[in-house]
Design a protein. Sequence first.
Length: 81
Amino acid sequence: MQNERAAMFFGDREDPRRRLVDLFGGDLPEGGQPPAPALRWAATVSSPDHDEIVVIRDLRHAEPRLTLRAATFLARHLTRG
């Protein structure tokens, strides 16, 4: 896995699901879905009724280790409902 500092400077090139599994646990889901524990956590941090940009901001504020790519991936699934 690409380290956090390199991901912040050079862009995150890994599967965002892997980073979410590392941060929140659970299994690596198939089919492009985020791990269930990460999605549950995201629902407690921000509202799916908010704009995707607001959700990304909320997620990254609540968990600074979350890269932009992983936060965007998670926010898209949360706001899609």
